[in-house]
Write a protein that binds this ligand. Sequence first.
Ligand code: HEM
Length: 411
Amino acid sequence: MVMVTPTTDRAAPAPHGPLPTAWAEDFDIYDPSYLADPYSVWREMRQTCPVARTERHGGGYLPSTYADITWIALHPESFSSRAGEVAGPVPEVGRELKLPPVTSDPPDHAADRRLLVPLFTKPAIARYEDLTRATANSLIDGFKDRSEVDGANEYARDIPVVVTSRMLGLPLEDTERFHEWTVRMLKEGAEDYGVRAGAVHDIHNYFTQLVASRAVAPDSGVFSYLLAMQAADPSLTDERIVGMSFLMLIAGIDTTWSALGAILWHLATHPDDRRALVADPGLIPAAVEESLRMYAPVTIGRVATEDVNIGECPVRQGERVVLAWGAANHDPEVFDQPDTFVVDRERNRHLAFGVGIHRCLGAHLAQMELRISLEEWLNRIPDFELVPGSEISWTAGNTRGPKALPLLLHL
Ligand code: HEM
């Protein structure tokens, strides 16, 4: 298939021919044309087959309307979160990777989530603002004398890893390992299940050892907080703590990295929007939300717990349903000009952070990191563009973001 440039200009998207029926009957979320331009695919699916099906990569269904995606997320009794992978065989019950609360279903989910809520309140998040700003500036200091930088791997990647490590009380000297694991698990592992299994093993071992060491030598970090809760709640086993920490590491790094890479890509390719933000930094929070709407990085799986209909489409017990939150965010039933980046969009009820009981706990943290990273970048590098001739490719699987982002800096 031909590579298509994402239709994100202010102008109306270019007309395109009918989608091959193959997309509706056999969609492929790893197809390069889907990765480059999922918006056209979702638009066509909504018009021709709003719940598409595939036998590829373990099989599954992909709903493309805001209404269906929301309805599924609001019915955890029919759509279990026990396996969030979007590809590969659906694991048997009991053999899943447990990452509470994201893989927990009711009634366990509420208790798992309640334990983590205090870590993510607005005052708790505010404690990491200075660190985020300092990290952004020291990264910029490191490359400001060069004319080119990889915005994805030399900036977007490093801010979330530092902030998440601090939040979890992890040694900063281990950040390279965290990068490597996240890449192996969510990016390379999305297509190679052996690589994914190896990363899961390594992360699991790391946290198991860390929990054991914090049990004998408590500190003021998250592990010691969770271990202290064990006294009041014996069901909070070390294994559950390891799963929660594992989740916060991967949920905190890869998502924000992808989202920040996508914003920088957008501003590098849409100079009017970049100039608008430089002229009025007060627009940055709205632009962050609009970028999350346009380029929602997360896609996550559900497993049907019973035979159930999504709209007219029957789904059988045990089958996978893929929730591409970005598809909901481009539904014209809910958003005016859904494929256009409106830098100051006012009403923006996007689903980049999901909806329902699993709505992202780290949303405030991510919004803060994205806002500050962008404020500092635009303050110091107001003028930049893609290195001419560079082709951007996007990661597949649970998260979508630019793999690399060669930027030319006009300092
Ligand atoms: C732009 C960045 C982010 C995006 C787009 C994002 C997106 C999401 C989405 C869509 C969900 C819902 C999954 C579902 O319904 O199954 C989710 C859940 C979650 N996210 Fe995020 N996330 C981001 C950043 C973060 C950060 C920085 C953290 C923390 C360090 C975090 C922690 C979590 C947790 C703990 C859950 C599970 C909540 C639950 O199951 O109750 N996320 N995220």
